[in-house]
Design a protein around this ligand. Structure first.
Ligand SMILES: [Zn+2]
Length: 444
């Protein structure tokens, strides 16, 4: 333990430098799979992994950013561990909300600020720190994959799995793309929600007509759409779509004050739903309206709007079959059209929820590593979002033990302005991973 800790400390300045250099690259996958930023990120990741002593190549699929694949073979029969992170990031969003430019990573108060500094370039930095500190003779077969389209929902993961089944096969898969409970308290993520989404078009008129001439007798499509969308929740804010499942509440809960401040809820706005907050966020369905297509304010004229469209997103509890949830969502929208409006639903994307099987060797090794690195028991948490790759991997390799670790925490503001990574947490994450890998190899 102390030798590993010293090795992590000795290598940590390089880990921070790697994180900063990675966060400087604008690898925004939403801007395209082959942009200069995406290519530069894949190249830099490949160089860093090669520098850590792994053999590296790129896995390719049509129209997809490459997966950087790195390997350090172990002796025959050694456990195969696949370490995962992603090099793509969310768009920066509103630049005016950033205190420092999103792609000029800045260190202040022990944190690195920048888009991707936590999600998920810190996940990759954790793997690099652990790999460099790993004893050279450790009997483990290590693989690393760093993908470039996680923020798009990994649309080509099935294509990669079909092309590279042997490269991606492992006994243990460590997905470093989740979060810790809070600074000072590590966590293992044991559940992810799934997701389905759709667009719903509401039409009341063949074309726009004068609102003075016809208003009062003829419904406009935007009012009809608003009424339809309002039926997705009851008055308490519970999801009103029939037939969805929920999973059991977790052992830990969030305080309302913490949740309000981490989300930036406006004073006076009440929370929606009922029961423990952690259950509402991790173990129950949630429905949100993501966008509406309708005339812009600047284009508004005195006209009854003939057609309006919304995108609806439904998060799924662990245990929910996405196909059944999609059917339930479509049936709800089609069944609640106000005033006989014409409703056309187009089904969108879909991803499976995930519930980790506790108690395997990797689970025990990572629990022990987290405990030693932080000096406190890890919390077992859920994540309200989904990682489609996790569901695909668990389907492709049902006997693999999949662990969700992470290095950010609720104040990391991932996907938001001023995203940041706490460097003390990053150091402990590197240490926890190297301890866990040593334990997995049979060295406590
Ligand atoms: Zn991520």
């Amino acid at each position: 333990m102390s030798a590993l800790s010293e090795a992590i400390d000795a290598g940590f300045p390089a880990v921070v430098a790697d994180l900063v250099s990675l966060a400087r690259i604008p690898s925004v996958s939403a801007e395209g799979h082959d942009t200069p930023g995406m290519r530069a990120a894949a190249d830099h990741v490949a160089n860093l992994l090669a520098g850590a002593g792994l053999s590296v190549r790129l896995l390719e699929a049509p129209e997809a950013p490459p997966i950087v694949f790195a390997e350090r073979p172990g002796p025959t029969g050694a456990p195969v561990v696949l370490l995962y992170a992603h090099y793509d990031v969310q768009p920066a969003g509103d630049l005016a909300s950033w205190s420092t430019p999103p792609f000029e990573p800045t260190e202040r108060n022990g944190r690195v600020y920048g888009r991707g500094a936590s999600d998920d370039k810190a996940g990759l930095a954790t793997h690099l720190g652990a790999l460099r500190a790993l004893p050279a003779d450790l009997p483990l077969h290590i693989k690393v994959i760093v993908e470039g389209e996680e923020e798009l929902g990994s649309p080509h993961v099935a294509a990669f799995l079909a092309r590279y089944p042997e490269e991606l096969r492992a006994d243990v898969i460590v997905v470093a793309d989740s979060e810790h409970w809070r600074v000072g308290t590590p966590a293992l993520t044991t559940s992810l929600r799934g997701l389905v989404d759709c667009t719903v078009e509401v039409r009341t008129l063949r074309n726009g007509v004068h609102s003075g001439q016809f208003g009062g007798a003829i419904p406009d499509a935007l009012s009809a759409l608003a009424r339809l969308l309002a039926t997705l929740h009851d008055d308490a804010g519970r999801v009103a779509i029939a037939g969805l499942v929920s999973a059991a509440a977790p052992d830990v809960d969030l305080s309302e004050a913490d949740l309000r401040s981490s989300a930036g809820v406006i004073d006076g706005v009440s929370l929606i739903g009922e029961g423990p907050l952690a259950a509402r966020l991790w173990r129950e369905p949630a429905v949100s309206i993501l966008a509406i297509d309708a005339p812009r304010l600047s284009e508004a004229i005195n006209q009854l709007v003939p057609v309006a469209t919304a995108k609806v997103s439904l998060r799924l509890a662990p245990g929910q079959a996405p196909a059944l949830a999609m059917d339930a969502l479509v049936a709800h929208l089609e069944g609640h059209a106000p005033w006989g409006a014409q409703v056309t639903v187009t089904r969108g994307s879909s991803s499976e929820p995930f519930m980790m099987a506790a108690g395997g060797p990797a689970y025990e090794a990572f629990r022990a590593g987290l405990h030693e690195a932080w000096g406190t028991e890890p919390a077992e948490i859920g994540v309200g979002g989904s990682i489609p790759l996790v569901a695909e991997l668990s389907r492709a390799y049902p006997s693999a033990e999949i662990l969700l670790t992470g290095v950010g925490e609720p104040t990391s503001a991932i996907h938001g302005p001023n995203e940041s990574q706490d460097l003390g947490e990053l150091r402990r994450a590197c240490l926890a991973e190297v301890i866990a890998l040593s334990r997995l190899a049979g060295r406590a």
